[in-house]
Design a protein around this ligand. Structure first.
Ligand SMILES: [Zn+2]
Length: 749
């Protein structure tokens, strides 16, 4: 296997099939299938049809079984019209049919009678000029389907069929076998034939966890020669192959449904409920190729989650969908762990979550389960956001982001390197960098690690790799080319220390960029360790990395670090590690010389110039430590590192008090700067109590070359704003911001 590990040559990588890379794990026949499938994908997405970019605001009404005959259809149609929703996602079938299905195994709603609730509401929406996507759900089925096909039910590791944990009248279904491939295909075909919707969107189509049914056992064995894994360890050969095989089955299902849908309505397509960041389980690059539009299903905040979580989701989807329309699904309820599906958030929380998504390019989408509203307090909040969005619609049709910094995320690092620890080892470092960039007011994009080709990276100046541990030789070569041509790079901890299958290398794949070599061990969970700040004796001044630390001698270190050695003999480092020393008894709390380095402390950061680019490598997990501790010193250090590596004026700067999520965009004949005010005692944990306004912000931004400025105005305040134009830069003041402000510049044609 060691020979095949780095088999991905540059051409394969740039050609961009993630599955081409994963195909190495599979027998030759399966690999050929995957490659054929990838070619077919490219073809089918080439014929993109017309409606996908049209809708700007989505309404989703998810029926519950007793809605037919008991809800007021006209009330909803009036609301959709009032809020200028121009597309709807409506429940049609799957678990329960809300139309007169003729499929004997599809259960009609017991309240349906001779009604057609889906068909009637869809017709009402179409009369309003809305696009209509039919929603299905495939994760649960009734007893009659179990009786007819007991082999279609999910089987757990002990060999038992699984009843639905929430409503035990239902059974959980197998996602990878005939239930989806045959039964749900017939459901989708029936809905398409009867109603010709613009697409079908399936909730929970990818299963409810590992399935050990006879189909999964046989199909996996036929593909790999192995039995289904019984461990989550990604280095177990069966587990590793299962991660790949499951994706192949689901993408095959996606293609099948897409093909059947388009055979009936060529302007429609299958739209999977899929996607996300590093922790999502389907390859985002393949999703980006398959989907003509996509819906980001992160409905609300739970646990510790700043409001920028919605915008982050938008950036992750955009990293592989590019400029295709992406809607951000927003629940009006408090979901959290106990899933109060009939609850209602306070209005400010809804407005904040939606507005942050809009700032980062998502088209707003509200979802309400149960068409008989019990608590109506959410209606005005959604209406306010939607009406404002509609009034300013041309400024929301972004053509490209103007950010110059990109943060890389890596699903292969999560799957094959981190496994069960992905939240700690992959998500937390990324969240730390995200929070630091928001605090630093640096606009940035997310970058998928399988999109490191020159075309994807062309708009960007700097890449940040927050513990992107698993990288192939080809990916490392792409990063090196990016830096040599003038790109900046900031990397942390175990970045590139593993190959794309999560197998440890003898040295960093990016050793030549870091100017550091792996010294053979990790130091984990360090107590009481520091970074001492060093003046450059030769230059007689502090390095820009230490900007803002004038009076500090030391700051706290990261909690985990890679033991590394410099490959440059006499290189200067502005940070040196002060190794752990006792924190008790108090008499013992003093610094010892570091024996391992003959008294000289090892570097806490490596700074390199490679070709025309600059590289900053932190051997510590300073990003993850920042997320855990939120020390302002680490935020400052990360900001300084990004600014030094970027080494050019920022496209946007915003000065003033508070915490803002910012974005800078270009449209066909305008540009916008979004400022979302996150300053709030409930910034890290929902729900907000109230929006807390912030005072004056000084905003300056660069005008894209070749554009001439006409009008400059504020889209929330609704008025022109005085500005100064100088050398291609506009400077102005936004006097105060409640929830958000958008500075818009109309260009002269
Ligand atoms: Zn199964």
């Amino acid at each position: 296997m060691s020979n095949s590990r780095d088999f991905v040559n540059r051409r394969d990588f740039v050609a961009g099939s993630a599955l081409a890379a994963t195909a190495a794990l599979l027998p030759a026949a399966a690999a050929a299938n995957l490659n054929a499938a990838a070619a077919q994908t490219a073809q089918s997405s080439g014929g993109a049809s017309s409606w996908y970019d049209r809708p700007m605001r989505w309404a989703q009404l998810a029926f519950v079984e007793d809605d037919p005959g008991n809800y007021d259809q006209q009330f909803w149609l009036d609301y959709f019209r009032r809020i200028h929703a121009d597309a709807a996602c409506l429940s049609a079938g799957g678990v329960v049919a809300f139309y007169p299905t003729e499929l004997p195994l599809q259960q009609r709603s017991a309240w349906l009678g001779d009604r057609d609730s889906f068909g009637d509401l869809a017709a009402g929406c179409r009369a309003l000029g809305m696009n209509v996507v039919a929603r299905t759900d495939s994760h649960a089925c009734w007893q009659k389907l179990y009786d007819a096909h007991p082999d279609w039910i999910r089987v757990d590791a002990s060999g038992k069929q699984v009843r639905h944990p929430s409503d035990p009248r239902y059974w959980e279904t197998c996602a990878l076998g005939p239930y989806n491939f045959e039964f749900m295909t017939s459901v989708h075909e029936e809905i398409m034939r009867k109603y010709k919707p613009d697409g079908i969107f399936t909730n929970r189509w990818a299963g409810s966890g590992m399935c050990y049914c006879e189909h999964c056992r046989q199909n996996f064995h036929a593909a790999t020669g192995l039995d289904l894994p019984r461990t989550l360890n990604p280095q177990d050969p069966a587990r590793k192959q299962y991660i790949v095989w499951r994706q192949q089955r689901l993408f095959d299902l996606w293609r099948l449904w897409n093909e059947k849908i388009r055979a009936i309505n060529p302007d429609a397509s299958y739209i999977a409920n899929a996607g996300g960041g590093a922790l999502s389980d389907l390859d985002m690059k393949t999703i980006g190729e398959l989907a003509l539009t996509l819906f980001a299903d992160r409905q609300s905040r739970s646990g510790v989650m700043p409001p920028w979580g919605n915008g982050k989701n938008g950036k992750e989807y955009r990293s592989t969908l590019g400029n295709k329309a992406i809607a951000g699904i927003c629940s009006v309820g408090i979901d959290d762990a106990h899933r109060w599906k009939d609850s209602v958030q306070n209005g400010d929380e809804i407005r904040m979550w939606m507005t942050d998504g809009i700032a980062q390019g998502l088209r707003p989408w509200f979802i309400k389960f149960n068409a008989k509203p019990i608590d109506r307090r959410w209606f005005p909040a959604v209406e306010e956001v939607f009406v404002w969005h509609h009034a300013n619609e041309s400024y929301m049709r972004n053509t490209r982001p103007l950010a110059r910094v990109g943060m890389v995320y890596s699903q292969q690092s999560a799957w094959f390197y981190a496994g069960e620890d992905a939240r700690a080892k992959i998500d937390e470092p990324a969240l730390g960098v995200y929070q630091a960039l928001v605090e630093a007011r640096i606009p940035f994009e997310m970058v998928n690690d399988r999109c490191l080709d020159a075309e994807h990276l062309a708009p960007l100046r700097t890449l940040i790799l927050p513990n992107i541990a698993a990288l192939s030789v080809a990916q490392c070569a792409s990063l090196r080319a990016f830096v040599e041509q003038g790109g900046g790079l900031v990397a942390t901890f175990e970045t590139s220390l593993y190959d794309e299958w999560g197998v440890r290398r003898s040295d960093f794949g990016l050793a030549s960029l870091f100017g550091a070599t792996y010294a053979g061990k990790l130091e984990e969970n360090m107590l009481n360790s520091y970074l001492s700040l060093e003046k450059d004796a030769a230059a007689g001044a502090s390095h820009p990395l230490l900007s803002g630390f004038q009076d500090a001698g030391r700051i706290i270190n990261a909690v985990n670090q890679v033991d590394a050695r410099s490959t440059a003999e006499d290189s200067f480092t502005p940070l040196r590690v002060v190794p752990s020393y006792p924190d008790l008894p108090m008499e013992s709390v003093f610094t010892r010389p570091d024996a391992s380095q003959g008294g000289a402390h090892s570097p806490g950061v490596y700074l390199c110039q490679v070709g025309h680019g600059r590289v900053v490598y932190f051997p510590g997990d300073i990003d993850r430590t920042f997320w855990q501790v939120l020390s302002t010193d680490h935020a400052k250090l990360l900001r300084n590192a990004v600014e030094w590596a970027t080494n050019e004026p920022a496209p946007l700067s915003v000065e003033g008090p508070g915490v803002l999520d910012i974005a800078i965009w270009e449209q066909k004949s305008s540009m916008t700067v979004h400022l979302v005010n996150l300053t709030n005692p409930m910034m890290m944990k929902a729900p907000l109590r109230e929006i807390v306004p912030i005072s004056r912000q000084k905003v300056s931004f660069r005008i894209p070359s070749g554009r001439r400025v006409g009008r400059v105005h504020l889209l929330v305040a609704g008025r022109d704003v005085p500005y100064r134009a100088e050398g291609g830069t506009i400077t102005l003041e936004v006097p105060s911001i409640q929830l958000n402000e958008v500075v818009a510049v109309d260009f002269l044609s």
